[in-house]
Design a protein around this ligand. Structure first.
Ligand code: ACO
Length: 330
């Protein structure tokens, strides 16, 4: 585990949060659950068939196992789901069926206060993990858009200007509007301060244009978002629209954006859409050798995080620690 992840684990261990893992029958998840519970990182609830979970012969002392299909809470959760979604065409029968699904059951546990956070995605797509959260948990008060960020660690790379940076949104919103970019920037600033330990977030609204150097509707969106941020968050250190070199290199900033508040020293990068964000974090990870921690969902009323399907059980431990930390911030 990296220094950064160890620091998340250490902070999470002080919080005594309860995290539900809907993919309990998956070997990597039950192995991680054993480590998380044994080391006091969080209290774990595994969802699934008890015999199948225990069949893995892992010591799950202290871990709670719940089978959604036979749980005594199933009726209560189905009713809750029906009430929350009846205006969207939900029927009582459909709610009962959906509540038996581990991902929906997990989200309903969160909604009911029976867990503080949820982590899944080792065997489910990002969309399938997020959809129950978007429908049941929804965005936190004051935020309309759930988004995501990556915490990028540069400790062992040639890039020395920042040890840690935050990139958003690299995993949730395919084509954010200007208003959604504003939400993404605000949430990413919070994640930078509260999770990544960046005391002074300096936010760059990225584009292929710097301060009017190119004209295009895609640029207009970033310009509009930056203007809204200037108006809405007067104390935020934010600038845009900036090309990534003007955001990161002081000498380029002096040439292309001499009056920039960020001055080529950005440590939070906001990408204009998901293609740019997803490609951007993977380029940094693969070519610079940076550590990429995430995606970390931000803006949910209660924390839900998505795992990569290629995750290891160590990755699960790390994401559970981050989720417990986010639960502590709610
Ligand atoms: N924030 C808040 N609410 C949202 C958001 C959002 N970002 N997106 C959708 N919603 C709401 C909708 O308004 C809707 O609410 P309602 O049903 O109460 O009216 C509800 O969530 C469900 O919306 P759907 O339209 O059914 O959901 P959708 O099919 O749009 O799925 C999702 C949303 C899952 C986030 C989708 O945009 C998606 O798949 N995004 C890309 C995920 C992805 O593949 N990422 C890349 C891989 S990850 C990686 O590489 C690290």
């Amino acid at each position: 585990m990296s220094e950064l992840i160890n620091s998340f684990i250490e902070r999470a261990s002080k919080l005594n949060k309860t995290i539900v893992l809907p993919e309990g029958e998956e070997d990597r998840i039950s192995r991680a659950a054993a480590v998380i519970q044994a080391n006091g990182i969080a209290n774990v609830i595994l969802l699934g068939d008890e015999e199948r979970i225990k069949g893995d012969h892992i010591d799950l002392k202290g871990v709670t196992i719940i089978n959604p299909k036979t749980s005594e809470k199933l009726g209560e959760y189905a009713k809750l789901l029906y009430e929350l979604r009846k205006d969207k065409g939900m029927t009582e029968e459909k709610a009962l069926e959906l509540a038996k699904d581990n991902l929906y059951f997990g989200a309903l546990m969160l909604k009911s206060g029976d867990a503080d956070g949820m982590v899944a995605g080792s065997i489910n797509s990002t969309g399938n993990v997020l959809r129950p959260g978007l429908q049941i948990i929804k965005a936190a008060p004051g935020i309309k858009t759930v988004s995501s960020c990556f915490i990028m660690g540069f400790e062992n790379t040639l890039y020395k200007d920042n040890k840690v940076m935050v990139y958003g949104d690299c995993a949730v919103n395919p084509n954010p509007t200007a208003e959604q970019l504003v939400d993404i920037a605000i949430a990413s600033e919070q994640s930078a301060k509260q999770l990544a330990g960046i005391d002074e977030p300096r936010i760059a609204m990225l584009s292929f244009s710097t301060k009017g150097s190119a004209k295009h509707e895609n640029v207009d969106k970033v310009v509009a978002a930056t203007k809204m941020l200037f108006e809405k968050c007067s104390d935020m250190q934010v600038d845009g629209e900036l090309q990534v070199d003007a955001a990161l290199v002081p000498s380029v900033s002096r040439l292309k954006a001499p009056n920039s508040k960020v001055k080529g020293r950005a440590n939070v990068l906001i990408f204009p859409d998901l293609q740019a964000g997803n490609i951007g974090y993977k380029l940094t990870q693969r070519l610079a050798g940076a550590e990429a921690i995430g995606p970390i969902c931000q803006g949910f009323a209660k924390p839900i995080n998505d795992l990569s399907r290629g995750c290891t059980s160590d990755d699960v431990v790390a994401v559970v620690a981050i989720t417990a930390l986010q639960a502590g911030l709610n």
